[in-house]
Design a protein around this ligand. Structure first.
Ligand SMILES: *Cc1c(COP(=O)(O)O)cnc(C)c1O
Length: 387
């Protein structure tokens, strides 16, 4: 045994992060309304959250939460495989499957839990997983847990993916799984899923798509970019983003659902979603078809903002969604702009490695349909005056 304190490795890890200016610390916020938060008593316009439609503060959803808490209690008291599976869980899953156009749906506690546990049972040590280089950490966790061999293809580069597919198709893998996001969380870019679906079909690969940032925002009735698409074997959406509350679900076939209920640790060994959250999700789902003009406004504003930032000679990467990165390259620049904006009453997220590749540190601006012209002009003026 080395002659050092048993927790010395923690000192070392924290010191290294501090020296590299990569130390993460928790900041405290008090929410005010759908687009403003207070930090240490200072009111900030929030351009950092994922509450794209302002539903976290929607009166109809709050009323549903209260009603479900009264009727069913605060907690679901057990795993769904014990006695935590209420009729409301199944009602929600049926509604989701109908809205999505899939055979079935399965709820999860969080998107992180879904990604990190579903993938682990869709592949094993004899499988190959091909995934986009920029996928979310929760997907990587699932891939690692599966013990499959995995290769990351260049971001959104389907030619690279096809090369890998044709190169590995004849090898002795029991199956190939393709993993991608639709809207990428740190770049805000997306492609239509059709070419991926075709590749998956051509090579008999399982297709797993994470629709977290499209669900509620894009597609028919806001049901995401994979809704109604035959050939996506598993799609995942989350309720913590545009749906304004908490939780996640996957859409899939009845057969995959049955398999996961039997094998997926993220379903079996966890407490079912609490009834008030089920109420919030059902209320949000009922609202979705009425929010088309909000969704359009959101995407128009994102386009205007990108043009304004580009006119100031900033790169917004390949963004074509409500997530608009301003790629600055250097960590210290991203931090400096974030602090500058905060002094001007605007909150954005500084995103640094390892969340994004080295040399692509950025601020990530996320829009809400509740932001108004004056909020955008304050944002752009503050960026323009950055010294
Ligand atoms: C946020 C996010 C998740 C995790 O969802 P949670 O419900 O917040 O755990 C998964 N995938 C992507 C792409 C995300 O952006």
């Amino acid at each position: 045994m080395p002659n050092t304190h048993k927790l010395a490795f923690i000192d070392k890890a924290l010191t290294t992060r501090t020296q590299k200016k990569l130390l993460r610390t928790l900041q405290t916020f008090e929410p005010a309304d759908a687009i403003t938060v207070c930090k240490h008593g200072k009111t900030l316009i929030d351009f950092s959250g994922n509450d794209y439609l302002g539903l976290s503060k929607h009166p109809q959803i709050i009323a549903a939460v209260q009603k479900y808490a009264q009727r069913y209690g605060v907690g679901s008291t057990a795993s769904r495989l014990v006695s935590g599976n209420y009729s409301i869980h199944e009602e929600l899953e049926n509604k989701l499957a109908i809205s999505y156009g899939s055979e079935s749906a399965l709820l999860f506690s969080t998107g992180f839990q879904a990604n990190s546990t579903v993938l682990s049972v869709l592949a094993d040590r004899n499988s190959l997983i091909l995934c986009d280089r920029l996928i979310h950490n929760s997907l990587i966790q699932g891939i690692i847990a599966s013990r499959a061999q995995f290769i990351r293809y260049r971001h959104q580069d389907l030619e690279h993916l096809e090369k890998l597919l044709s190169h590995h198709a004849s090898k002795n893998y029991n199956r190939i799984v393709i993993v991608s996001e639709t809207v990428f969380s740190m770049d805000g870019d997306y492609l239509p899923p059709t070419p991926l679906i075709q590749l998956a079909q051509q090579y008999q690969a399982i297709l797993y798509l994470d629709d977290a940032h499209a669900f509620g925002v894009l597609g028919k009735n806001g049901m995401g970019l994979t809704a109604g698409q035959k050939g996506v074997d598993v799609a995942i959406g989350t309720f913590g983003k545009a749906f304004g509350s908490f939780g996640a679900f996957i859409t899939c076939s009845n057969k995959i659902r049955d398999y996961l209920v039997n094998t997926c640790s993220g379903i079996i060994y966890t407490t079912a979603l609490p009834p008030p959250i089920i109420g919030a999700i059902i209320a949000a789902l009922d609202l979705m078809p009425q929010l088309e003009s909000q969704r359009q406004f959101l995407q128009q504003q994102a386009q205007v903002l990108r043009e304004q930032l580009q006119a100031l000679r900033y790169s917004t990467g390949a963004s074509n969604s409500q997530i608009v990165p301003m790629i600055l390259g250097d960590e210290s620049k991203a931090l400096s702009l974030t602090r500058w904006l905060e002094n001007q009453g605007i909150l954005v997220a500084a995103i640094r490695p390892p969340t994004v590749p080295v040399g692509t540190a950025r601020i990530r601006i996320t829009l809400s349909s509740q932001h108004r012209k004056e909020h955008y002009s304050r944002l752009v003026q503050a960026i323009q005056s950055w010294k």
